[in-house]
Design a protein around this ligand. Structure first.
Ligand code: F0G
Length: 359
C-alpha cells in the first residue's frame, strides 16, 4: 500500500525544528523538504593535505535548489505568505535568487531578483529564469544591488528576502542542529565561507542554542574564510570593487558584518582570507580525492584548512566540520576552465579510442 503524505519521512527544516523557530501550529509552511543534508567524511582529502583529524563536509548542495539558502528561504517565504505579501525581492550573487525564485514559485508569489551583471554563475542564472523570477541585471556589484533592495523594501510594496530579513538567519541555523544531531555533539571547529556573513551568524546562533537547550555539550571554534580581494572583514573596511573567482562571495560590504566578528571572537575562532589560487587548488583537490564537486566559494574554507594544517594550528584528533554551501554544477564554466582537461576527439572505432588511452 502506498502511504499517504507528502514528507517522505523528513518534513523540512521548519517542521523538524519548529520549537527553535518563530512559527506556530497555524503557520502556512512553504517547504520543498529542504535540509537533512549529508555529513560526508573525507579521509582521502585529509590525507592529501597532511592532516590528522576527522573532517566531515556538510554537503548543502543536496538541498532542493542545490545550496544552503533553502533553509533560510523556507522561513522567509513562509513568513511572506503569512504576512500577506504578493511580491518578494532580493539581491544576490546567485544562490539566494535561485532559492527565492523556487520557493516563490512554490507559494505562488511574484519574485524579483537583482543580480550583478555578468558576475552570476550560469547554473544559478538558469534557475532564476526557469523558476520564473523577474530577473534584473544591475550594472554594479552585489553591494549596489543590496542597497537598491533595501530602498525597495522601504516603499512597503515588497518583502525583502535577503538575510537582512531576520527569519532567514533563523532558518539557516538549522544546519548547526543537524550537525550536532549526527555527531552527537558539536565539532571542535566549524569551517565555512563568508560573503554577506549571514551564514556564519546563523551557525553560531544554532550551535549556541543547541548547547543552551542541553542538546550538545559545547560549541565549536568558528573559522570563517573570505576570498582575498573580497575580504572586507579581514581588512577592517568595506571594499568598493571586490574581485574573486568565487563569485558567490564577491561582496565588499557584508550585511551581517558584526555577526561574523562576534562569532569568531566569542568562539575563539578566526576570520581570514585565502587567494583565488588557493581556492582553485582546494576545489580541484576535493573533486579528485573524494569525488565531491562544490562551487568555488566552498573551497575557501578548505583552502583555509590547508593553511591551518601547514601552520600546525589544528591539534591531532580534532573533529572538524565544514559547510559546502553550493553545488559544483552551479558554476560549470569554472569547472571546465580550471579542470586542465579537454575531451579527446576520436573517430568512432575501438582502435581510435585505444590510441588515446594510456592503458
Ligand atoms: N557560499 C555560497 C555558495 C554562497 O552563495 C554564499 C552567499 C556564501 C557562501 C556566503 O554566505 O553570504 O551567508 O556569508 N551567497 C549570497 C547569495 C550572497 O546572494 O546567494 P553568507
Amino acid at each position: 500500500m502506498i502511504k499517504p503524505g507528502t514528507d517522505n519521512g523528513w518534513p523540512g527544516v521548519i517542521r523538524k525544528y519548529a520549537s527553535f523557530l518563530p512559527v506556530n501550529a497555524t503557520t502556512p509552511v512553504v517547504t520543498l523538504l529542504e535540509g537533512n543534508t549529508p555529513l560526508i567524511p573525507v579521509p582521502r582529502f585529509v590525507a592529501a593535505i597532511g592532516g590528522n583529524f576527522d573532517l566531515r563536509l556538510k554537503y548543502e548542495a543536496m538541498n532542493p535548489t542545490c545550496s544552503f539558502k533553502d533553509r533560510g528561504m523556507t522561513m522567509a517565504i513562509t513568513n511572506a505568505v503569512a504576512r500577506g505579501a504578493r511580491t518578494v525581492v532580493c539581491a544576490s550573487t546567485g544562490n539566494t535568487s535561485a532559492s527565492a525564485a523556487a520557493y516563490s514559485a512554490r507559494a505562488g508569489l511574484h519574485c524579483v531578483v537583482l543580480l550583478p551583471e555578468g558576475k552570476i554563475a550560469h547554473g544559478k542564472l538558469s534557475q532564476a529564469l526557469l523558476y520564473g523570477a523577474t530577473t534584473v541585471s544591475v550594472q554594479g556589484n552585489f553591494d549596489d544591488a543590496l542597497r537598491i533592495v533595501r530602498e525597495l523594501g522601504e516603499t512597503g510594496l515588497v518583502e525583502v528576502v535577503n538575510s537582512i530579513n531576520p527569519v532567514r538567519i533563523e532558518g539557516q541555523k538549522t544546519a548547526a542542529f543537524e550537525i550536532c544531531d549526527v555527531l552527537g555533539d558539536a565539532p571542535d571547529y566549524h569551517f565555512l565561507p563568508v560573503g554577506n556573513a549571514g551564514n556564519i551568524t546563523a551557525y553560531w546562533r544554532g550551535f549556541r542554542e543547541y548547547r543552551d537547550a542541553g542538546l550538545s555539550r559545547r560549541v565549536p571554534r568558528m573559522m570563517g574564510w573570505q576570498a582575498l580581494g573580497a575580504d572586507p572583514i579581514v581588512q577592517g573596511h568595506a571594499i568598493a570593487h571586490p574581485e574573486t573567482v568565487a563569485t558567490a562571495i564577491r561582496i565588499g560590504n557584508p550585511a551581517s558584518w558584526s555577526g561574523a566578528v562576534e562569532a569568531a571572537r566569542d568562539s575563539g575562532g578566526q576570520i581570514r582570507s585565502v587567494s583565488d589560487e588557493e581556492i582553485l587548488h582546494a576545489y580541484k583537490l576535493l573533486a579528485r580525492t573524494e569525488g565531491v564537486m562544490v562551487e568555488p566559494a566552498c573551497a575557501a574554507p578548505l583552502a583555509g584548512l590547508i593553511r591551518c594544517v601547514r601552520e600546525g594550528e589544528i591539534p591531532a584528533g580534532s573533529v572538524i566540520t565544514a559547510t559546502m554551501t553550493g553545488h559544483g554544477l552551479k558554476d560549470p564554466d569554472t569547472a571546465i576552465r580550471v579542470s586542465g582537461f579537454t575531451p579527446k576527439v576520436v573517430a568512432a572505432t575501438r582502435e581510435a579510442v585505444l590510441g588515446v588511452l594510456d592503458l
